[in-house]
Design a protein around this ligand. Structure first.
Ligand SMILES: C[S@@+](CC[C@H](N)C(=O)[O-])C[C@H]1O[C@@H](n2cnc3c(N)ncnc32)[C@H](O)[C@@H]1O
Length: 433
């Protein structure tokens, strides 16, 4: 006998009738299981066969007495020597029962004694004296422990080898590995206008298996987010399927259409808004760059007047700004270091900024590429730019697009007069992968 279950109850006939059928009934006949239901009332030591009494302290209902429960338990245990036994009291106060608990019980014991309470429950001293653990069917209160005992018996016994025809009968089912099972279909092929999914009729085992696995993942995601949160896809197939599902459910939006044109007076509010965002962004990184009123309205107006300001749009909305100038920068003549294009005219980039919604995208590269196109058209040898030595996002962007550090400068004039900056240059026409 692989598993024995003793159910101590006031209603042994009803419990027996419910468990003695179908799969468990057949397993008992085969001798794989033994399920016994014992009447607690038969073990009272009073003539009225009274099993319950009023609660100490008063209050509603009656409490099952410890004596008949203990005598009943002793009698059951006297016939189970040599077995790994576990005495379980079914109680709404117990640990919630689940598939993992069923697996544990079948793995660690071959004799379960399930004690069913009734009325207001059982005398606490019986629990303290005789019970190994308490299990609950869920966070609700039943009138008696029988339904819970039957549920535990059924869930545990179907895992006992030999009860079901094949291990696969339960290892692929809901809750076995933290997932819910895939949907099942049987004949007819079309019912009420609903057709069985084509893949299940294809006969291609590999496709069927993959489809089912995907459905298990999807169903758990949708029906039991609490289980899904705990699930870790461990196999390459699971990881691939999760990615596939997520891609389908959250398609990446197409990148915005970028465009550019010379900036205009009416763009000033958008430019000032972007400058404010950039000021906050740099401030959050602890940088002193752009922490004054610079760049302000007059700076942008001046760029626009000179035709040096360029507005970049994403899907028609202001997204970035860059000033591309051919005027030499006084501070660049005082470089501590060496420019790449020592002789010849160069282009300067100033006041480059990207709206916060567009950071990390393709916009920065597009802006630098405009500077390069203009520089090439104007016959300039290089593009020069300076930024705060701690402005990592800007340095990273410049590095990615082929700018090289040439040395250090100090700003001359304006609100940031004297601040140190790193100076970088890219030779026109030079490409980086
Ligand atoms: C009405 S209940 C007693 C509830 C108890 N007074 C309490 O509040 O915790 C009677 C019996 O039903 C069984 N029972 C009730 N709810 C249960 C649950 N959620 N899981 C397992 N057994 C339960 C227990 O055996 C219990 O002794």
């Amino acid at each position: 006998m692989d598993m024995r279950v003793d159910i101590l109850t006031l209603f042994p006939d009803s419990v027996r009738a419910a468990l003695d059928v179908s799969i468990l009934g057949r397993a008992m006949k085969k001798g794989v299981l033994e399920i016994r239901c014992t009447q607690i009332r038969d073990y009272t030591d009073n003539r009225q066969q009274q099993v319950d009494d009023y609660p100490y302290g008063g209050g509603w209902g009656c409490v099952m007495m410890a004596q008949p429960l203990k005598a009943c338990l002793d009698s059951v245990m006297s016939t189970s020597s040599g077995r790994r036994s576990r005495v379980i009291y079914l109680s709404p106060q117990g640990r919630p029962f689940c598939q993992e608990e069923a697996k544990r019980l079948v793995r660690e014991y071959d004799h379960l004694v399930l004690v069913c309470g009734h009325y207001e429950g059982v005398d606490e001293r019986f629990i303290q004296e005789c019970v190994d653990e308490e299990l609950s069917l869920g966070d609700f209160v039943l009138t008696g422990g029988e339904i819970a005992a039957m549920a535990v018996t059924d869930a545990v016994c179907r895992l006992v080898p030999g009860v079901l025809s094949d291990e696969e009968c339960y290892t692929g089912e809901s809750h076995w590995e933290g997932l819910l099972e895939y949907p099942q279909y049987t004949r007819p092929e079309v019912w009420q206008g609903r057709t069985v999914p084509e893949v299940l009729r294809s006969g291609v085992d590999r496709d069927i298996r993959r489809w089912r696995r995907r459905k298990m993942l999807e169903r758990t995601m949708d029906k039991r987010p609490d289980l899904w949160e705990k699930f870790v896809p461990e196999t390459p197939e699971d990881r691939e399927l999760v990615e596939e599902i997520q891609k389908e459910r959250h398609p990446v939006p197409p990148p915005p259409v970028l465009d550019c044109r010379p900036a205009r007076e009416e763009d000033l509010p958008a430019l000032l808004e972007m400058a404010g965002q950039a000021r906050r962004y740099l401030g959050e990184q602890g940088l002193e760059q752009w922490q004054t009123e610079y760049p302000g309205r007059e700076d942008f107006q001046e760029d626009i007047r000179r035709g040096e300001g360029w507005l970049f749009t994403a899907d028609g909305l202001p997204a970035g700004y860059i000033c591309i100038s051919r005027r030499p920068e006084a501070a660049y003549a005082q470089l501590q270091g060496e420019w790449l294009s020592c002789a010849g005219p160069y282009v300067c980039i100033h006041r480059m900024m990207i709206g916060e919604a567009y950071r990390g995208g393709a916009l920065g590269g597009e802006m630098l590429s405009l500077a390069e196109d203009l520089a090439a058209g104007w016959g300039c040898a290089g593009i020069r730019v300076d930024t705060h030595p701690g402005n990592q996002p800007m340095l990273k962007l410049l590095g990615k697009h082929g700018f090289e550090t040439c040395g250090a400068i100090r700003l001359q004039g304006g609100l940031e007069d004297g601040q140190p900056r790193r100076a970088l240059e890219k030779l026109v026409g030079k490409t980086w992968n």
